[in-house]
Design a protein around this ligand. Structure first.
Ligand SMILES: [Zn+2]
Ligand SMILES: [Zn+2]
Length: 336
């Protein structure tokens, strides 16, 4: 495990007394209310924040391009994550807003690998719409930006079929661009899609990607992914009920990006929704118990189902459930 303390800028956890404004590139703007925030001090709660602009051009980093859910929260785009390795981008999930957020991150962190034309490879955790509805945007926006190679797309059974439908749905646009006066790269509209099986699914000179089957209500295949690079290991849960699989996948990984819902506000959900969420997602209490055993370098929350809870309350739920390791509430454009 290779922890990077400079990446994990500790800050005091001041509950209602301080707020970080995250949105676009203003993640580092901090409002002082009560004078309690001191990013230089040791953090007794071990909470980390990561929105500050810094050089991500070398080494391995995780940039959150969308931390949201199916709910149309304007501050949280649909699920999408970029693993950046020496400036090259590997996407996990294609939630709505992905390409715009990547463009914002390219500017914020000065990474060419996040510009639209550089988005060339993506891994889908599962085929729920909140994780995939940005696929046509990824394909076509990056093609118009002159991506030359076909988009590489890995995912569960049904990924190849979905890719075929996406290109078919936009066939008139594709023909127009290929045959009209507008310059267009000849192959950028294509998708090289692969329906994967669990195990090592991708490897190049920078990264090894392993897929783990996770339980997500009703889906025959939903995956978590582990990325291993020369300097870091990163596990992205996708959508999952609590599972030992994440323990095996992480096992002291450097970054565990995991979905979560508030166990406190869950109690007010209608019975039919409670039954669904119990089988589909992971509560704060369940995640705390998992993280105590997995011992990640940092646990980053995303795909947060709040139902009226605020971020500090979600963090407090995890602390109260016993996890005292490094912890962060992920927001769009944060980097770890
Ligand atoms: Zn989801
Ligand atoms: Zn899902």
């Amino acid at each position: 495990m290779n922890k990077r303390p400079l990446d994990l800028v500790a800050r005091k956890f001041c509950r209602l007394q301080a707020a970080c404004i995250h949105g676009g590139w203003v993640g580092a703007v901090i409002i002082f209310l009560g004078g309690c925030l001191d990013i230089r001090s040791a953090d007794p709660t071990n909470t980390v924040s990561a929105g500050q602009a810094r050089d991500l051009s070398t080494g391995t980093h995780v940039v959150l391009l969308g931390t949201g859910t199916p709910n149309a929260d304007p501050n949280s785009s649909g699920p999408a994550t970029a693993v950046i390795v020496d400036g090259h981008t590997y996407l996990v999930d294609t939630g709505p807003g992905l390409v715009r957020r990547a463009s914002a991150a390219a500017s914020h962190y000065q990474i060419d690998g996040l510009t639209a034309a550089s988005l060339q490879i993506a891994f889908l955790t599962h085929l729920h719409s909140d994780h995939t509805v940005g696929l046509p945007d990824l394909l076509h926006t990056s093609w118009v930006a002159e991506r030359e190679e076909p988009l590489k797309l890995f995912g569960p059974d049904g990924t190849v079929e979905m890719a075929g439908h996406v290109t078919a749905a936009w066939s008139a646009d594709i023909q127009n661009r290929l045959n009209g006066r507008q310059p267009a790269t000849p192959d950028g509209w294509r998708i090289d899609a692969i329906d994967i099986d669990p195990g090592l699914i991708y490897e190049d000179s920078k990264v090894r990607v392993t897929a783990f089957l996770v339980p997500h209500t009703g889906w025959p295949e939903a995956y978590a992914y582990r990325f291993e690079t020369a300097d870091r290991s990163i596990v992205i849960s996708g959508d999952t009920a609590p599972t030992e699989v994440i323990l095996d996948a992480c096992n002291q990984c450097d970054v565990l990006l995991h979905e979560v819902y508030s166990a406190h506000t869950f109690r007010d959900r209608p019975n039919e929704w409670q039954r669904y969420h119990e089988q589909a997602h992971t509560s704060t209490i369940e995640l705390a118990q998992l993280a105590m055993r997995a011992q990640p370098g940092v646990l980053v929350l995303y795909h947060q189902l709040l139902w009226g809870a605020n971020p500090d309350e979600v963090l407090a739920e995890i602390r109260a459930a016993g996890y005292q390791g490094p912890l962060a509430y992920g927001r769009d454009l944060d980097a770890y």
